[in-house]
Design a protein around this ligand. Structure first.
Ligand SMILES: Nc1ncnc2c1ncn2[C@@H]1O[C@H](COP(=O)(O)OP(=O)(O)OP(=O)(O)O)[C@@H](O)[C@H]1O
Length: 588
């Protein structure tokens, strides 16, 4: 996935990044102008001093000249430092803003976006691409402006001293620019290749470390090592190619620049002999050509930084300009969860994933009364999770297809909708935080008593009390590893704390034993303190049997609906699923 913007678009984007810091940027550029202004005066002073010494200048005057030159050089040094602090500072601030914007934008994107965007690539863009933009805005701008000032101020003075000599000394510079031009396209492509291969490597490391148990169980270490080796080899090849191109180009540039000094010394010597210029003039010219060598040689790096930055602008903007598919309509309704009862109506809902031959859900319609417990069952791939994801708009749903308390959910603000629907997925994610903080994640203000009550309802409280640090026990990578069932019940406690009128469990108790899962669901069902609509997806039909009503999905269609008793009394998918499960349990 790669997008390329036009130069004009990129310039507009860069302008937009820098705009908030235009004051330090302009001040930095003015400082660069001052540095170059002082920089061109110094060789003139040295010229006068050298020529005056030849005409018999006294020791005191030489000391005075030296003091003046030293003073000016010190002023130049201070201003140069200021210009660097200012312009590099702008680069750092732009880097900070971009990281912030990127993260905030990612939080607004729908989960399906991340299914198509490899995580390693994303991390690479958020780190090394943002860094390249910082270098473009800081170093490259400073270097380019400095080069322009150096040429604009130095050239007229050189020409005033001796046009012929100056032009001869600078004659190689157009060749130098031509060379840069020739190499620039190649450098840009090679830079892009390196960036993309870095992304692939990050992706592989991230995936392999997440699936390390799988790699070990299937004894795939050597294959993974080989796969990493191949990618690393590709990266090495691209890096070597880039290094070769750079190492051919930059010494060539420096060599050409130094060649101009040789021309100057050779022709300058003759000009002094012919009394066309003084020794002081030649020294001034040498100092001026020297002044131009560094910015000119640096031009190569500057161009690389620009090219790298340009590629990175494309890669970052590709994310920033991806509009969130699911967002609030203008003037979306804001309704606090306490004002909603949890009545749900699904009316002709059809969901078709892009690129899939069949819709995942076809014309689904049903109603759920406030406080009702609904089980959704069906064979694998029948559309159960799609339905569960559609209700809190984790998927893009059509308008007028799902209603909460009579309100079209696409007209409700996402915040209102998601505060009204507590959702527990099958693979519940826990943060590397103490269990207490994981449970109160959706509502950090709750009291300790409420946390404990939620944990008790989710039947995880007793196990937490057996942990060495109880509710302060750290979970995740740096803490203890919870079993699948413990993770699911902790995630359930987290959802229960939200006090939302609707609770959706997407196979969220699959790792909990049948008996406990049934007990939890029955307790939720019979919770008289709180009326709550519960929609749960389950492969455990014994748990589903406790629901007020069961919806049976098959290949995206709602094929049956009714209580466990009613469905068992009818010929159909539910009865055959139930009989099959009973048989499996008998055989087990
Ligand atoms: N993000 C997606 N992109 C494309 N197709 C998808 C996506 N998610 C699900 N599907 C497809 O939609 C269909 C329904 O999937 P869904 O996950 O809703 O089924 P399910 O009944 O929950 O299955 P399971 O019992 O295995 O969890 C399947 O054919 C699946 O391959």
């Amino acid at each position: 996935m790669s997008v390329s913007f036009s130069s004009r678009q990129r310039l507009a984007m860069l302008g937009q990044y820098i705009r908030p810091y235009w004051r330090p940027a302009v001040l930095g550029i003015v400082a660069l102008l001052a540095v170059n202004g002082v920089g061109v005066v110094l060789p003139l002073l040295i010229r006068t001093c050298v020529d005056d010494v030849q005409d018999g200048l006294g020791f005191g005057d030489v000391v005075r000249y030296s003091a003046l030159i030293l003073g000016l050089a010190s002023v130049m040094w201070v201003i140069r430092m200021a210009s660097r602090v200012l312009l590099f500072g702008v680069g750092r601030k732009v880097e900070f803003d971009l990281k912030q914007r990127l993260f905030e934008h990612l939080l607004r994107l729908e989960p399906t976006y991340f299914a198509n965007m490899p995580l390693g690539d994303l991390i690479n863009r958020a780190t090394s691409d943002v860094e390249s933009i910082r270098r473009l805005v800081g170093f490259a701008v400073l270097s380019l402006v400095n080069t322009i000032f150096a040429y604009v101020l130095t050239l007229p003075l050189m020409l005033a001293i001796d046009p012929l000599l100056s032009l001869a000394a600078l004659a190689v510079y157009p060749i130098l620019l031509l060379l840069v031009q020739l190499f620039s396209q190649r450098l840009r492509q090679e830079q892009q290749d390196v960036q993309e291969e870095l992304s692939e490597i990050s992706q592989l490391i991230q995936e392999d470390m997440s699936g390390i148990s799988l790699i070990k169980i299937y004894a795939q270490e050597s294959n993974e090592r080989a796969a990493f080796g191949r990618l690393n080899q590709k990266l090495l090849k691209s890096n070597l190619k880039l290094t070769k191109t750079r190492n051919v180009l930059f010494p060539l540039l420096e060599g050409l620049a130094s060649f101009s000094l040789l021309i100057l010394l050779w022709l300058g010597g003759q000009a002094i002999e012919g009394n066309r210029i003084t020794v002081g003039d030649l020294i001034a010219l040498i100092l001026y050509v020297e002044r131009l060598v560094f910015p000119t040689a640096l031009l190569g790096f500057t161009i690389t930084a620009f090219q790298r930055g340009e590629v990175s602008v494309d890669r970052i903007e590709e994310i920033l300009q991806h509009p969130p598919l699911i967002q609030d309509v203008p003037e979306a309704l804001v309704v606090p969860p306490s004002e909603l009862t949890g009545a749900i109506k699904v009316d002709g809902l059809t969901i078709h994933y892009p690129g899939q031959p069949q819709p995942a859900l076809s014309n689904i319609s049903f109603m759920v009364q406030p406080g009702e417990t609904i089980a959704i069952v069906g064979p694998i791939g029948s559309g159960k999770s799609t339905l569960a994801n559609a209700l809190p708009r984790l998927l893009d749903v059509p308008t007028d297809s799902i209603f909460l308390d009579g309100l079209d959910i696409t007209q409700l603000s996402l915040n209102s909708l998601r505060r009204a629907i507590a959702y527990v997925p099958q693979d519940s994610f826990l943060f590397s935080l103490p269990i207490r903080d994981n449970i109160r994640y959706g509502n950090p203000e709750v009291s300790e008593a409420e946390i404990i009550a939620a944990a008790q309802q989710a039947q995880i409280d007793r196990e937490i009390l057996n942990f060495p640090r109880r509710y302060d026990t750290l979970v995740g990578e740096r803490g203890i590893t919870l079993s699948g069932g413990q993770r699911q019940r902790t995630a359930l406690a987290r959802a229960l704390l939200l006090q939302a009128p609707v609770l959706i469990l997407d196979d969220a108790l699959a790792s909990v034993d049948n008996q406990t899962a049934t007990q939890i669901l029955q307790a939720l069902n019979g919770d008289r303190d709180r009326q709550r609509t519960v929609i749960f997806i389950s492969h455990q039909l014994a748990a589903a049997a406790t629901a007020d009503r069961i919806l049976v999905l098959d290949r995206g269609h709602l094929v049956q609906s009714g209580s466990h008793r009613e469905l068992l009394a009818t010929e159909g998918l539910y009865r055959s699923l139930w009989e099959r499960q009973q048989l499996e349990e008998l055989c087990a």
